[in-house]
Design a protein around this ligand. Structure first.
Ligand code: UN1
Length: 517
């Protein structure tokens, strides 16, 4: 029998998160408004309507921007460690609500409950990171070439940060941006994906409570909802100095051009086409775990999902057999049921794209070695459950060059040195994540060297997905070049100012220029 949502506590989760049947989709904090068209959020888990969210009109957007720009004037004056204290409280609220929020992520987006919890954990982790960072927004001190002068740099907040996020990480990517932006002194306006508006409403409620409990003004955390037209209001808006956008390469090119056209800054996290190179002395057990989780986790809908396995010919059959055997063990079904490994795709359009990819790879000469297909019958009524598939394919196939957001894995062979594997790995337009499985130091170091992987993320003996928040996250080439999350990614949320102070009674010019009056 189809497990009902009640048996997984969805109703309780919605209640705890304050989700109603119809939710206003525009908010500046405690204020919620907009009576625009409604977006209906369907769960890909069981096809049921979860709730509705109203979209943001031009007038609503103006109200949000007024509130955000005015809040910035106040928020930027708070000492950064105090802003960190607010983010600490936000992290505590996330700890308290981890289970219901993880459940909603799982139910609205379709990833497994474990991965839903993992996503909320990423939010908690980035809050902790940001709290520490709030005391470390360091600039450098330089030696001036002039006597009696002091030179240093400092970082000031930018203003309003516009965040456009994707359905696949509906809450974590927002938190990566906001937690850093807030400690930096920025205010945020967020447009979640129209496929996952409810997790957006839930997060905004959590943040709004923390700001209100601390008597902070409306406008520090804002929410808008709708399709790309609502996103365009932000990308074209000069009052938004930074747009952080996650999504497809197609979307990223449109956003980048709009933002560059007004000389704004953009932070782009776009598609990946991530490969694992399996070298001759790879540990097969580790390879199987990394590859299978990478390819079927989140039903292949992570930017970091493993899309290609590039296997040395000497172990090709062994690896292939082990991966295929693991695929045969996969349980596909309701992601809230912890016995299942793979949940549904986000919607029927995603199912179509998956089917098209499988058709195309065969047309181009590929060979299916693990059959795909759409699952039907009890438990699969939403029509969004598909079987993870594997095809042997050439890297040059058009479809292999393309990111299909679904559980389709392409397997290919290389011979000779790791250089040959790298040529295949780097031979795509995307450059997000990459990995090599090897116990050979020479190969591992070559993979990480300047002649190695051209991706933003390069792992050894780890799969392509599941990056930790402490490192900078992002990729090169058509992945967009942005870096979010850890390391010094915070710098993109601030403007740098170089200050030179003369404490003498003379005014010597730099470069020794004489200008005597
Ligand atoms: C994404 O798919 O947009 O590295 C983000 C990972 C996660 C984040 C993925 N920590 O797989």
């Amino acid at each position: 029998m189809q497990a009902t949502t009640t048996s997984f506590g969805i109703e309780e989760a919605l209640e705890q998160l304050g989700i109603k049947e119809v939710n206003k989709g525009t908010s500046t904090g405690k204020n919620w408004f907009s009576d625009g068209e409604e977006i209906t959020s369907h769960s890909p888990v069981d096809g049921q309507v979860i709730a509705k969210v109203t979209t943001t009109s031009k007038e609503d957007y103006e109200k949000v921007m007024e509130s955000a720009t005015s809040a910035f004037k106040d928020w930027r004056l708070k000492p950064a460690p105090l802003r960190g204290e607010i983010v600490r409280q936000f992290g505590d609220e996330l700890r308290r609500l981890k289970e219901p929020l993880g459940k909603l992520v799982s139910y609205e987006m379709g990833k497994s409950y474990q991965e839903g919890l993992g996503e909320v954990q990423e939010m908690i982790d980035i809050c902790d990171f940001a709290v520490g960072l709030s005391r470390q927004l360091h600039g450098l001190t330089m030696h001036s070439e002039r006597p009696g002068h002091r030179m240093y740099e400092q970082y000031h907040p930018l203003g309003v940060v516009g965040i456009i996020s994707a359905f696949n990480f509906p809450v974590a990517v927002w938190a990566w941006n906001t937690a850093l932006a807030w400690v930096c002194g920025d205010v945020c306006v967020w447009k979640p994906s129209e496929k996952t508006p409810l997790t957006g409403v839930a997060c905004q409620k959590i943040a709004a409570k923390v700001f209100a409990d601390n008597n902070l003004p409306e406008g520090i955390s804002c929410l808008i909802n709708g399709d790309y037209k609502v996103g365009e209001m932000m990308t074209n808006d000069k009052r938004v100095p930074l747009i952080s956008a996650t999504g497809s390469i197609r979307m990223g090119k449109i956003v980048a051009q709009a933002v560059a056209g007004r000389l704004g800054k953009s932070l782009l996290e776009l598609g990946g086409n991530n490969a694992i190179i399996v070298a001759p002395d790879a540990d097969i057990k580790m390879t199987v775990i990394g590859a299978v989780f990478g390819a079927v986790g989140t039903a292949g809908q992570r930017c970091t999902s493993t899309r290609r396995l590039i296997i040395h010919e000497s172990i090709y059959d062994k690896v292939k057999d082990a991966v295929v055997a693991a695929y045969n063990q996969l349980r596909i079904g309701n992601p809230l049921d912890e016995k299942n490994h793979v949940g549904p795709l986000i919607d029927k359009d995603a199912v179509k794209n998956y089917q098209t990819a499988l058709k195309k790879v065969v047309e181009e000469g590929g060979k299916i070695i693990v059959e795909g297909g759409v699952l039907e019958g009890e438990g699969y009524e939403s029509g969004c459950y598909v079987k993870p598939a594997i095809a042997e394919a050439e890297n040059s196939y058009e479809i292999v060059q393309h990111e299909t957001f679904g559980p389709v894995l392409y397997m290919m062979k290389y011979s000779g040195d790791v250089e040959n594997a790298l040529e295949l790995q780097n031979g795509v337009v995307q450059g997000l994540s990459s990995a090599i499985m090897t116990n050979n130091l020479r190969e591992a170091e070559h993979f990480l060297s300047v002649q190695g992987s051209d991706c933003g993320i390069a792992n050894v003996n780890i799969g392509t997905s599941g990056a930790e928040i402490g490192g900078a996250f992002g990729g090169e080439k058509e992945t967009g070049g942005g870096r979010e999350s850890g390391s010094d990614a915070w710098k993109v949320y601030m403007r740098r100012q170089t200050n030179t102070i003369n404490y003498t009674t003379e005014l010597p010019l730099a470069q020794g220029i004489k200008f005597d009056l």
